[in-house]
Design a protein around this ligand. Structure first.
Ligand SMILES: Cc1cc2nc3c(=O)[nH]c(=O)nc-3n(C[C@H](O)[C@H](O)[C@H](O)COP(=O)(O)OP(=O)(O)OC[C@H]3O[C@@H](n4cnc5c(N)ncnc54)[C@H](O)[C@@H]3O)c2cc1C
Length: 376
């Protein structure tokens, strides 16, 4: 290889969202010098990672993405625990990973949607004991504040969620404390092996790692954006302890509790690359569904509304592409938090020159591409 991977290298990260920060942190742990470029601020407010609900939902995702997603996602939750343990060792704040599962409910009129979801889920997970049918008393036992009118539901006991904003800030602090340079508000225009182009100049590094999500489209035309609109409400009068999903014929709502009485309410999924503010229609639908789940949300304050694009590839699965001096990671779509540890491991192995990991065998056409996922 032109660039020796074992010595200390100067590495540029283009895009300091979820994957950019995770990969930078792990490369820093291996002794490399990191410079992170991001079009936005240090908090990551332009990223999908910042606005996401950050549910680790292998069961819910498996309904549309299949058994492979389930297997990868179940493993990933254990891998997250290990990553968070490593992060805590650096002195960063402990990051909350709730793992008490999620609850799925539907109003009586929409019972067919819940049944359909349940059947599709069972077809993928078989008799997995993490999926439990709930009657009214079972729902009340898990979430006492949910209305008695919910008579049937599911408990997806193997799901969890992360405090994503705390994670992004802990990764930032750890990287900077470890000597990384952080170049905020600098848009990367294009990347090539060992070279990163900004409007001001071309800068040379030993390696460039491109994690710009939709921002990488000019270099990776297959990348598309899937618009997600999401609201953050503050509701001190509501006590939900785990993510709640509401099944509905037209949309699926989730409500995810975050620290500080915040609930993240989402999310639309629209084939559009517009990042314009949330539309009236989407906000009305999200809020009326929210209010129908718990009347205590009537007095909630809407503290943020965000529209961001989930970066996706045609098969809606992540992809790690590597050539000497350039690593490109993209396509984390709507399960980026769920799959991040898996994609991270894949990217690090690819960086170290090992494309024989489980994922490499799926890379098919392109000699330099390591396809993440297995059995496809
Ligand atoms: C509304 C919503 C809800 C979600 N909920 C969940 C969930 O519950 N569970 C889950 O697993 N996943 C969820 N996701 C998906 C998850 O957030 C993404 O898959 C993940 O953030 C993708 O990580 P990334 O690092 O590839 O991209 P991002 O996190 O978007 O980071 C990309 C970074 O690149 C920067 N950038 C872009 N262009 C440039 C440029 N030209 N130059 C420099 N920097 C640039 C951006 O500012 C950003 O910081 C959700 C996403 C959305 C939008």
């Amino acid at each position: 290889a032109r660039r020796l991977r074992s010595c200390v290298m100067n590495i540029a990260i283009a895009g300091a969202g979820l994957m950019g920060r995770l990969i930078a942190w792990q490369l820093q742990r291996r002794g490399h010098q990191l410079t992170l470029f991001d079009a936005g601020d240090e908090q990551g407010t332009l990223s999908a990672a910042y606005v996401a609900a950050a549910m680790l939902a292998p069961y819910s995702e498996a309904v549309t993405s299949g058994a492979e997603m389930l297997a990868l996602g179940k493993n990933a939750i254990g891998q997250w625990r290990e990553l968070l343990r490593q992060l805590a060792e650096t002195g960063a704040h402990t990051i909350d990973l709730k793992d008490s599962g999620s609850v799925v409910v539907a109003h009586e009129l929409d019972r067919a949607s819940l049944q359909h979801f349940s059947q599709k889920l069972r077809a993928v997970v078989g008799d997995d004991t993490s999926v439990k049918a709930l009657d009214r008393s079972g729902i009340t036992e898990l979430e006492p504040e949910l209305p008695q009118s919910f008579r049937q539901g599911l408990w997806l006991a193997g799901e969890g969620c992360l405090d994503n904003r705390a994670l992004l800030s802990a990764l930032h602090d750890t990287l900077v404390a470890g000597g990384a340079q952080w170049r905020s508000h600098v848009a990367v225009q294009s990347v090539e092996p060992g070279v990163l182009h900004t409007a001001a100049r071309a800068e040379s590094f030993d390696w460039v790692v491109d994690c710009r999500g939709l921002g990488a489209k000019a270099d990776w035309p297959d990348v598309r954006g899937v618009r997600g609109e999401i609201l953050w409400v503050k509701a001190p009068e509501v006590r939900l302890s785990r993510p709640v999903r509401l099944m509905h014929p037209r949309y699926h709502l989730y409500i995810t509790p975050k620290p500080g009485d915040i609930y993240v309410v989402g999310a639309t999924e629209i084939e559009s690359e517009s990042q314009a503010p949330v539309t009236v229609r989407s906000e009305l639908e999200l809020l009326s569904a929210l209010y129908s789940v718990h009347s205590g949300f009537a007095e909630a304050h809407i503290v943020h509304s965000f529209a961001r694009c989930r970066p996706a590839l045609p098969d809606n699965l992540p992809l790690v592409r590597v050539i000497d001096g350039l690593l490109q990671v993209n396509g984390l779509y709507r399960h980026g938090y769920l799959l991040a540890p898996v994609v991270l491991a894949s990217a690090l192995r690819a960086f170290e020159g090992d494309c024989s990991a489980p994922f490499v065998s799926q890379m098919a056409q392109n000699t330099f591409a390591c396809k993440t996922g297995s059995g496809r």
